[in-house]
Design a protein around this ligand. Structure first.
Ligand code: ADE
Length: 239
């Protein structure tokens, strides 16, 4: 390990009403190994711990009427401020379907900020707008669909960030050719198809060029396949 990595355990704090949903998927596979190597660390804060009174009320009915409940500004603000004590320079990110669509470029950008991230998971109809205005830096959506809460979205965002941290993936080259990476012309492309043994499976052969050992041709073929795939399934990212 490089010396520069020794002080770099990327800190993540999750604010949630359902702390038992964590670490969830983040306790497995690559994320697990990376946490064991202390390349990242997770703190989970239960928002309910900041509620007051015998009932520990975290939500209330919405002004103006309508369905569902709204998470209270005072409770959420206290939870955020507690997280900021440990990570004063980390951006506070609210997970919401009405946020900015999450992209690979944002995952890479966040992975470079050693202050880490504080992720706020909502439930019910939403969170009092005043706390979003005063305490939240960014709102992120993982896609155009509505989940029951921000917890699954937060795990998606954490995984996408952490795998960009140096030392997380065994081979640093693994990162260099993936979907959404830019080619030499700055064009984002989806990944080319992969094959492994056997050479023939159920009558289907591995493309000849991949068995040729001709590296230039392999590179050209992969580029062509990436382009075809992108045109077919994601014409919106082609420039
Ligand atoms: N919470 C509920 N739906 C969500 C989404 N699509 N992205 C992020 N957070 C969410």
């Amino acid at each position: 390990m490089h010396l520069s990595q020794l002080d770099m355990s990327y800190p993540i704090t999750i604010l949630t009403l359902f702390p038992e949903m964590f670490p969830g998927t983040l306790a497995h596979s690559i994320m697990k190994k990376a946490a064991e190597k202390e390349l990242w660390n997770l703190t989970v804060i239960n928002i309910r711990d900041f509620a007051e009174g015998n009932y520990k009320r975290v939500d209330d009915t919405p002004y103006g009427g309508g369905a569902g409940m709204v998470m209270k500004a005072d409770v959420v603000a206290k939870a955020i401020r507690a997280a900021k004590k440990n990570q004063p320079n980390a951006p506070v990110i609210f997970m919401t379907p009405s946020g900015t669509p999450f992209k690979q470029a944002k995952a890479v950008e966040l992975s470079k900020n050693k202050a880490g991230v504080i992720l706020l998971c909502g439930h019910y109809e939403g969170i009092d707008e005043r706390v979003l205005e005063t305490e939240v830096d960014m709102e992120i959506s993982i896609g155009d669909y509505v989940l029951s809460g921000g917890e699954i979205a937060a795990q998606v965002v954490v995984d996408a960030i952490i795998r960009n941290i140096q030392g997380v993936l065994g081979n640093d080259n693994t990162l260099s050719e993936e979907s959404f990476d830019e080619d030499e012309n700055g064009q984002k492309l989806l990944e080319y198809p992969h094959y492994t043994r056997p050479e023939t499976w159920e009558g289907l052969e591995v493309p000849e060029v991949l068995r040729s050992g001709h590296h230039d041709n392999i590179k050209k073929w992969r580029k062509q396949k990436s382009l075809e795939k992108t045109k077919k399934v994601r014409p919106d990212i082609l420039e």
